[in-house]
Design a protein around this ligand. Structure first.
Ligand SMILES: *Cc1c(COP(=O)(O)O)cnc(C)c1O
Length: 370
C-alpha cells in the first residue's frame, strides 16, 4: 500500500531549510536580544521591498495585522465606530473579526462563483454614507483586486484594505499583493505560502503616517519607551520568527513556482465532469495557497480520495453568516456563498509534494464516479 498523501505537513515544508533555520535561530539566541531588534528590522525591510511597498510593520499574527490597520485609521480620525466595511461573504472569519473587534460593521458582499473572490460588480449596491473601506481577500492565493474596484473606491473615497494571508507573492499587472490597496495584512502562520515556526504577521503600506501609528499600536501604543500615545496592544513580531522568515522569504518565489507547476498539472490532467476545477486568470495572479475543487457529491468524493490514501480539507465548511458567533446574521441568505461552502473541497497542493504524489492525486480524481 502506498503512503498516505497528507494534506499538509509543516515538517515537510521546513525540512529543506533545516540547517539554515538552525543557523538563524542560533544567531538570535546568541544575540541576547529577542524582542524588536535587528532581525525584525531586517525582515520588515526585506518584505517591504519584496512587495514593493514603502513600509512593513511586523505583528504577532495576521488577525492583529488586519485589526491594527482598521484601529490605526480610527486613531487617525478616518474611521469611526459604526462605520461600514465591505468584505466578502465567503472569507475566513479573521477578515470579519478584524472589523468587529474595532466596532465597525462588516457588510457582506457575495463572491464571484468562478474566482471565489468578492464580486466587484456588487460593490456599489452596498455602499452607504457610512461605508469607509473595502476589505478584499485574495482567497486561496488569487488576487481579488481589479481596476473596477479601484474606480469604485476612488469615486466614493473608500480605502482598499487587502487581506493577503493567502497570497504572498501573487501579483496583478506587475504589482504585488500588499502593494495594491492602501494597506495590507499578512499572516505568516506555518501553513501559509510564507510561514514562520509559529504565529507571526505584518502590515505593508505606502502610507508613512499609517505605518507609524501601527508601529506604535503594536507596542502598547508607545512611540518611545514608557511614553504612550495610544491605548495600544502587545502584538509584536518576535526576533526568532523574523530570523526564520528572512531565510524562507528567499525561497518564496521558487516555492510559488512549484505550486504553479502542480496547479497546471492538475488543471490540464484532471478530467472529470463531476468536478469543477478552479478558475485561473493570468499566471502571476495566483500563488495557489489552496487548490479548491467543487462537487455536489462532496462527501463521496472525500471518502473516495481517502480510499486512495489522499487527505482533503474544506476551506471552509460554514460561511461566516451561519457561524454561531454571528447570530445577528442567522436570518440572512447569501446563496452563492452557501453554494460554495456546500460544494468545495481542497486537494493537496504544496511545494513538498513529489511528482508521484501529484500523479496519484490526478489519477484518484479521474477515477471518481458517482
Ligand atoms: C490565516 C488567515 C488569516 C489570519 O491569520 P492568523 O495569522 O492566523 O491570525 C486571516 N485571513 C485569512 C484569509 C487567512 O487565511
Amino acid at each position: 500500500m502506498a503512503h498516505t498523501i497528507s494534506f499538509l505537513n509543516f515538517r515537510d515544508l521546513n525540512v529543506p531549510y533545516r540547517q539554515e533555520l538552525l543557523d538563524a535561530i542560533a544567531r538570535v539566541i546568541d544575540s541576547g536580544w529577542y524582542i524588536l531588534g535587528k532581525e525584525v528590522e531586517t525582515f520588515e525591510n526585506m518584505f517591504a521591498r519584496y512587495c514593493g511597498a514603502a513600509h512593513m510593520v511586523g505583528t504577532g499574527n495576521g488577525l492583529d495585522a488586519l485589526t491594527l490597520i482598521i484601529r490605526a485609521y480610527k486613531e487617525m480620525g478616518m474611521f469611526h465606530e459604526g462605520d461600514e466595511i465591505l468584505v466578502p461573504s465567503n472569507t475566513y472569519i479573521a477578515s470579519i473579526l478584524a472589523i468587529t473587534e474595532n466596532r465597525l460593521k462588516p457588510i457582506l458582499v457575495e463572491p464571484d462563483i468562478h474566482t471565489y473572490n468578492i464580486d466587484d460588480q456588487l460593490l456599489e449596491t452596498h455602499i452607504t454614507e457610512k461605508t469607509k473601506a473595502i476589505l478584499i481577500v485574495h482567497l486561496y492565493g488569487q488576487v481579488a483586486y481589479s481596476a473596477r474596484m479601484q474606480q469604485v473606491a476612488d469615486r466614493y473615497g473608500l480605502k482598499i484594505i487587502e487581506d493577503c494571508a493567502q497570497a504572498h507573492g501573487a501579483s496583478w499587472q506587475g504589482r504585488k499583493a500588499g502593494n495594491l490597496g492602501n494597506a495590507a495584512g499578512f499572516s505568516f502562520y506555518p501553513s501559509k505560502n510564507l510561514g514562520a515556526l509559529g504565529d507571526a504577521g505584518g502590515v505593508t503600506t505606502n502610507d508613512a503616517a499609517l505605518a507609524e501609528v501601527i508601529r506604535s499600536l503594536r507596542n502598547y501604543g508607545s512611540h518611545k519607551k514608557y511614553y504612550n500615545l495610544y491605548k495600544g496592544i502587545n502584538s509584536r513580531l518576535d526576533e526568532l520568527h523574523a530570523a526564520v522568515l528572512s531565510v524562507k522569504l528567499k525561497y518564496l518565489d521558487q516555492e510559488n513556482e512549484a505550486r504553479r507547476k502542480i496547479a497546471k498539472q492538475y488543471l490540464t490532467s484532471i478530467k472529470n465532469e463531476q468536478l469543477t476545477l478552479p478558475h485561473m486568470g493570468d499566471d502571476a495572479s495566483h500563488v495557489w495557497h489552496l487548490f479548491v475543487v467543487r462537487t455536489v457529491h462532496r462527501d463521496r468524493f472525500v471518502a473516495h480520495l481517502l480510499y486512495y490514501g489522499i487527505e482533503t480539507l474544506i476551506h471552509y465548511p460554514v460561511p461566516p453568516h451561519q457561524q454561531e458567533a454571528f447570530a445577528e446574521w442567522s436570518g440572512q441568505r447569501y446563496p452563492i456563498s452557501e453554494e460554495i461552502h456546500r460544494t468545495i473541497v481542497s486537494v493537496p497542493l504544496h511545494p513538498a509534494m513529489t511528482q508521484d504524489d501529484v500523479i496519484r492525486v490526478i489519477e484518484a480524481c479521474n477515477a471518481f464516479t458517482v
